[in-house]
Unconditional design. Structure first.
Length: 260
């Protein structure tokens, strides 16, 4: 006899279930790193298939409670595809529907309100070239000016225009955002952006006068290095794949149960 979980599991295709497990793990990893904000931020994933449905968190459970089967499926118009007990955060719908609708490579999108991300988002100079991580990010980083809580549908057009072809964004006076064509790429991008923000906050806490900005020649060299093919000694798997495999193992150790 099939268990209740097995019956629930068979509601979705194998491809959708894999996406659900990856997205639930993404939420757990965000919580492990302290990048959750009670119930107020969101991570989403495109559902495989032609419908342009996407998955997002139910508005109520914490990130450390999210499971594969609890994720909410909606369409680009905000219609719930399946009933749930919580609904979703409308601001999450506005932001994520905009990007999912405009970018075919936006299979996973993360948006956080971390203290350090918000701090850098309020800095007039944005992310500064203070360390190797920031130098690798800055050429790929975009900015979107604050317009208030993301509840107005007409902001979606401006958000997408500001994002352009980038995969990392600072939302001014708001927080951080990153996307990727896989969970590993999106997780790597948001992790790099968040940790660069933390490094900047810590650096500037010791005073601005004697902070060392990386020389322009070094900034230019990092830009060239980031454009090169990947390290040929790392094997066949991409860096994003390797990062995600290690991150899944960490989620399984520290926050098991996300694949339920």
């Amino acid at each position: 006899m099939a268990t209740a979980f097995q019956e629930t599991r068979t509601r979705w295709s194998e491809a959708e279930w894999r996406t659900r497990v990856d997205l639930a793990a993404f939420y757990r990893l965000a919580a492990i790193n302290g990048w959750d904000d009670l119930i107020f931020t969101h991570i989403s994933a495109r559902v495989p298939g032609p419908e342009h449905h996407f998955l997002i968190n139910p508005y109520g459970p914490g990130f450390d409670e999210i499971t594969a089967s609890s994720l909410v499926k909606i369409d680009l118009d905000g219609n719930l595809i399946e009933p749930n007990d919580y609904g979703i955060n409308y601001a999450g719908y506005v932001i994520h529907s905009a990007i999912h609708g405009a970018r075919e490579d936006a299979l996973f999108i993360a948006h956080f309100h971390s203290p350090d991300g918000m701090a850098v988002s309020a800095h007039a100079e944005g992310l500064l070239p203070l360390n190797q991580r920031a130098l690798a990010i800055i050429p790929r980083l975009s900015y979107h000016d604050y317009e208030g809580v993301a509840l107005n549908l007409d902001e979606r057009e401006r958000l997408v225009a500001d994002l352009g072809e980038t995969k990392l964004m600072v939302l001014r006076n708001h927080g951080t955002l990153a996307l990727g064509a896989s969970p590993g790429e999106a997780w790597t991008n948001i992790h790099q952006l968040e940790t660069a923000c933390t490094a900047q906050v810590r650096t500037l806490s010791i005073g601005r006068d004697h902070v060392l900005i990386a020389p322009q020649a070094a900034q230019d060299e990092v830009r060239r290095q980031m454009a090169r093919p990947r390290n040929p000694l790392q094997g066949e798997r991409s860096t994003a794949e390797l990062v995600w495999a290690a991150s899944l193992r960490k989620a399984e150790r520290l926050s098991p149960g996300f694949d339920a």
